[in-house]
Design a protein around this ligand. Structure first.
Ligand code: DAT
Ligand code: MG
Length: 139
């Protein structure tokens, strides 16, 4: 599988709890190279656009509220088979169902506040990376 990229966010819950360092360490140890990285905060409009695909879901308002309540760490990650391998590293959306040792199992409290985002396709990884990073911020 060719080397490619995925996009991640360390979400406000994990930032609030002081888990940035531990999560970045797990990401690096799993073989991902950081191609872009920053601490930032999404506006309501940002979160509504980023999660537009979920706009009709009953949890949409909660999701936007949560994702905008404090800073996040946004990053573009590079590795062979990046999208799928990163989804494996973070675990299931619901931490109660996430495999042992995954980031969500270790650091997430609930399905709504689940510590990290990971893109679900190469196409979305490119869209989401470009949403957060200008070309000159990507290496
Ligand atoms: P993932 O983040 O694993 O790709 P998703 O794309 O289905 O999951 O949903 C995006 C986010 O929306 C998810 O990380 C947390 C929130 N979410 C999903 N399902 C939810 C639910 N049933 N209740 C509350 N929040 C939910
Ligand atoms: Mg998703």
């Amino acid at each position: 599988m060719a080397t490619n990229r995925t996009f991640t966010m360390i979400k406000p819950d994990a930032v609030e709890k002081g888990h940035i360092g531990a999560i970045l360490e797990k990401i690096s140890s799993a073989g991902f190279k950081i191609a872009a990285l920053k601490l930032t905060q999404m506006t309501k409009a940002d979160a509504e656009a980023f999660y537009a695909i979920h706009s009709e879901r009953p949890f949409f308002g909660e999701l936007v509220e949560f994702m905008t309540r404090g800073p996040i760490v946004a990053a573009i990650l590079e590795k062979e088979n990046a999208v799928d391998d990163f989804r494996t590293l973070i675990g299931a959306t619901n931490p109660a169902e996430a495999a042992e040792g995954t980031i969500r199992k270790l650091y997430a409290a609930s399905i709504g506040e689940n510590a990290v985002h990971g893109s679900d396709s190469d196409e979305n990884a490119a869209i989401e990376g470009a949403f957060h990073f200008a070309g000159r911020e990507q290496f």
